[in-house]
Design a protein around this ligand. Sequence first.
Ligand code: FAD
Length: 543
Amino acid sequence: MLRITEIKLPLVQAETLKHQDDEIRAAILKRLEIPESDLIRFEIFKRGVDARKSHAILYVYNIDIEVKDESRILARFKKDPHIKPAPDTSYQFVATNTQASEHRPVVVGFGPAGIFAALILAQAGFRPIVLERGKEVRERTKDTWGLWRKGKLNPESNVQFGEGGAGTFSDGKLYSQIKDPKHYGRKVLQEFVKAGAPEEILYISHPHIGTFKLVSMVEEMRSTIISLGGEIRFDHRVTEIDINDQQVQGVTLQTGEYLPTRHLVLAVGHSARDTFEMVYNKGIYVEAKPFSIGFRIEHPQSLVDRARYGKSYSDDILQKLGAADYKLVHHAKNGRSVYSFCMCPGGTVVAATSEPHRVVTNGMSQYSRNERNANAGIVVGITPEVDYPDHPLAGIELQRQLESHAYVLGGSNYSAPGQLIGDFLANRPSSEFGDVTPSYTPGVHLTNLESALPAFAIEAIREAIPAFAKQIPNFDLKDGILTGVETRTSSPIRIKRDDASLQSINTKGLFPCGEGAGYAGGILSAAVDGIKIAEAVSLSLNA
Ligand code: FAD
């Protein structure tokens, strides 16, 4: 297999894939100067967009090809950096259950990290048992809507907790900046496609699948794990880890049931605060880590599209490239960095608390991304050294304080406190919505957000918004909306693990995994971490 990179072609309609195939074949033949009969097959490995010239936006392809005489072509193009052997990205299991081991690993949490840990263990024949505190995804969806529609929170079944984990009600962005020399990300995307995701996620550079598709994919992956001998138990919250002689012996559930295991994957996500407290109290090594706090910002999507597509903005471009996104960073004079987080084109702002009497914002969208508003977190980085130095769990305390205050500012009924951008910049309370209607439900209560975050964060965001308007004209739109608070940007702790065995540095048999453990941020990286942990568990089970 060879890989040709940087083949540039004009944009085409997404539906006209056949035409695209013909064009791509022609481009390959021209590039390699070979007859059609020498090209056996090709597969698009990646497709990006080159939008540097707004009047001539292009697709940029990396294509894997099988040709009749590969070595002759490689010799002919040996000085060409864009024609090389394609790396082998196929997934290889590091260990399988050939010893018919009776020891079953236990995976706590069925978000992306837990799903992939369990899937790989199941595929390798280790029959994992998954314990998930929340409900199966359809039931969970009803509970989540209960908060959004009726202001009724179920603390065990919500946006953060339940089958599929935190990203189930999300934009389903499936890209990450992690280093991935073993191509685990490819395995994740291939499994998602098997579970029903559109094939395009394998090759487009910024794939997303939206919330509806995620729900059915999660169900499909559950069936696969069960068909391979795994077990998944919902409404099973782990309340205690039994440790003897610095080795995990088993876990206790909220029902009092005890489950013995010497291989425990802890993939509980960034919101399992009760579990973090238990882990800390058991003496398992935990340290505080940086995270970010801020607000969600909402603009009309057309404002972002116009800024991003510039002169080529038209219905035609929108149809071909979809709602535009942005990624912004500003280094404020007070030394803080402000950046956009989890931008959701054509999406909605969602209520994302898992604890009663607290308000947290986040964003999600459907596959079509065709809601009226664009939203993103506008967040400020904070660190334990400067902002919460006293205790490994002090970051959680800070999150709780901000979320409780937001609940009160919002009117103590799960409405989010909000302010128009113009009023926020001028530091005066808002009293009336303008041209932008907020999407957060159960509602937005207009107020002054001045007290919603520490002063340094307010100051940095006030400076950043006009600076962002230099990149996205009208980003400081006076009627744009800020809602708060955005506090669950990543885990406030790390359950530190040993680099080689991936087990806790002071508790054998405990494999901290995914975002909650501080080793991932986002769906793809959490899933990749799940694969890594499954491999470490497999090796340990076979040792
Ligand atoms: P989680 O997904 O949080 O899963 C942890 C699971 O553990 C949960 O199901 C929880 O119920 C369970 N659990 C917790 N404690 C216990 C216990 N004691 N016993 C048993 N079970 C327990 N990321 C992206 O990459 N793209 C996006 O578009 C995106 N959008 C998002 C939108 C929203 C609204 C939210 C909330 C998050 C979004 N994210 C997105 C972030 C992404 O969801 C997370 O990074 C990812 O889900 C982390 O995966 P995880 O498996 O480590 O943890």
